[in-house]
Design a protein around this ligand. Structure first.
Ligand code: MG
Length: 307
């Protein structure tokens, strides 16, 4: 990981340096070609095409080791590069359908992508086979189930997930006891799931919150028992050698089609109770977990795209 960051800095440094050279060479005083002719705007646009391609080729070996997102960041610093062509994928018929490059984590047919863990005072316990069941049009925990988690682990991703809180809960079930669940990212950072249609609780603990850290910008909740959706775009943290954040985790959440978290910087693993203590724990790629909080919240149509 450390070597990767050094590489990125080297690549970016070189590229930015080159971009500055490009800007200098494109100023009005240097538009004339060696034979004294003025360049057309189109020719000026093409001026450094070959040079920029050469930069990419020079770094091709290292470039291939970058993730797709890192490659894309690289290209923002280089103008008018044709290759490699942006990958064509097939979107779903509906925007909630998985596109062709998604990993389908649950489509209503089986629970093969899932296992289970129990949580105790010291955190997650042993892994065991999933005991969640398929019911009410999706997957949901039984009263004795633990938290579900993907067998796969992920770093940066786009996640689509649909959920509904249980209908018909008694009026005595209020606040955090009403349809509580959550999407826990990399085993550390919880996006809260709750019946927040007409159920006041602390603002940074309602549906759409980065639990105990960021309240949602607005509350677009639907009623209990009605399907709702999250689109979660997540960038994992990178760590320094001393296990503190080099960059914090960042998250964007679109809740029922409405932006509720705008690329906020997560301050540390989710903690309860009290204000976040921001104790940073170094970790690598991690699973998507669906919290078992004693309520039969149901999930369906879960897919993820690695970035
Ligand atoms: Mg929760």
């Amino acid at each position: 990981m450390k070597q990767l960051f050094i590489l990125i800095f080297l690549v970016f440094g070189f590229t930015i340096g080159n971009a500055q050279k490009v800007q200098k060479s494109e100023n009005p005083g240097s538009k004339a070609t060696p034979n004294g002719q003025q360049k057309t705007p189109q020719a000026q646009m093409r001026f450094n095409f070959a040079e920029q391609e050469a930069i990419v080729k020079k770094f091709t070996k290292s470039f291939d080791s970058l993730t797709p997102m890192q490659q894309n960041i690289f290209f923002t610093n280089v103008k008018h590069i044709m290759d490699p062509e942006v990958t064509k994928i097939e979107p779903g018929i509906n925007d909630s359908d998985p596109p062709s490059d998604a990993i389908v984590l649950f489509n209503g047919k089986d629970l093969n992508e899932w296992e289970e863990i129990t949580w105790g005072p010291g955190g997650p316990g042993e892994k065991k086979p999933i005991t969640w069941i398929m019911k009410d049009g999706g997957m949901q925990p039984t009263s004795s189930s633990g938290t579900a988690q993907t067998k796969r682990v992920f770093r940066d991703f786009q996640l689509h997930i649909e959920w509904k809180t249980p209908a018909g809960l008694p009026e005595t079930a209020t606040g955090q006891d009403r349809g509580n669940s959550g999407v826990i990212i990399q085993g550390n950072y919880e996006v809260q799931i709750l019946d927040s249609y007409s159920n006041r609780t602390y603002r940074n603990g309602q549906a759409g919150a980065v639990y105990m850290q960021y309240a949602p910008l607005v509350n677009p909740s639907r009623k209990e028992g009605v399907w709702q959706s999250y689109e979660i775009i997540y960038t994992a943290p990178r760590f320094k050698d001393n296990a503190t954040y080099f960059t914090t985790p960042r998250i964007m959440i679109i809740y029922n089609g409405v932006l509720v978290q705008n690329n906020v910087a997560i301050q540390g693993p989710t903690v309860f109770p009290g204000i976040p203590q921001y104790i940073i724990k170094e970790h690598g790629d991690g699973p998507i977990q669906l919290q078992q909080h004693g309520n039969p919240t149901t999930f369906r149509n879960i897919w993820i795209r690695e970035l």
